[in-house]
Design a protein around this ligand. Sequence first.
Ligand SMILES: Cc1ncc(C[n+]2csc(CCOP(=O)(O)OP(=O)(O)O)c2C)c(N)n1
Ligand code: SF4
Length: 282
Amino acid sequence: MTTEVQHSDITHHYLRAKKKFPNVWCAGCGNGIVMGALIRAIDKLGLDKDNVAIVSGIGCSSRMPVYMDFNTLHTAHGRALAFATGVKMAKPSMKVIVITGDGDALAIGGNHFIHACRRNIDITTILVNNRIYGMTGGQFSPTTTGGAIATTAPYGNYEKQFDVVNLATAAGASYVARGTVYHVQQLEKLIEGGITKKGFALIEAVSNCHTYYGRLNREGDAVAMISWMKEHAMPIQAAAKLPPEKMVGKFVTGLIHETNATEFCEEYDKLVERLAAKEAGK
Ligand SMILES: Cc1ncc(C[n+]2csc(CCOP(=O)(O)OP(=O)(O)O)c2C)c(N)n1
Ligand code: SF4
């Protein structure tokens, strides 16, 4: 933890405040809330800035590493996890954090996503789920709610949506959580847990794109969309006590799945050791 920095200055200490601001996000976008939660989680864990790499693809949420003063890679759309895997393999001691959108991670990057979970590589992924392509003007994504309007679904989206946490759990991730930009302290804690977990960690951050999703679906402005999260999120402990009919229309938040499984970089190191020993005739 930085001792010379006052709590109120924490975010600025970790931002490229003089070079990269003002930011591109619409006023009220959840992306800034997620970025603040990530910064506070990193500060709380006392991580050395030089030992953190933040990687993203392309999208509004994927702009985050541009603003943050760490080792950062703003890569190609959908390819954040492929680049992050390379960073982690080259420097396993580094904390590698991926910021991605629902389109970036689950559409063009869907294959990278499931295989990163399957490999259980020690990367923390924060998937900002605003249920739409924000940056390119509101096209539907793999998490757009069935029936919802998007610029590419003017009569309503007839595709089924992914449940991100179920997908990550089934694919083999070690730590799977869901938070929202309303429940910011919980989100911060979930991110902290993901960073400290050995193996692949997925934190879905339910966020708002009022500019496209909210406007097209008459869900209102940022305040209305974030208030909706307050009304419809149910902590996993409370959800477990409720009958199914009380959960209709609600979604579960918190740490949803955690397991200890072999981690990719460690398995790779063991293989290298084994082959080196064999070559040395041991
Ligand atoms: C290879 C490639 N295909 C498509 C695009 C166009 N593109 C840029 S951002 C984006 C979608 C972003 O949506 P999402 O990942 O959900 O992030 P958000 O903007 O909503 O945060 C697309 C399709 C691109 N930049 N590169
Ligand atoms: S377009 Fe949507 S996701 Fe992008 S900055 Fe604006 S509100 Fe946020």
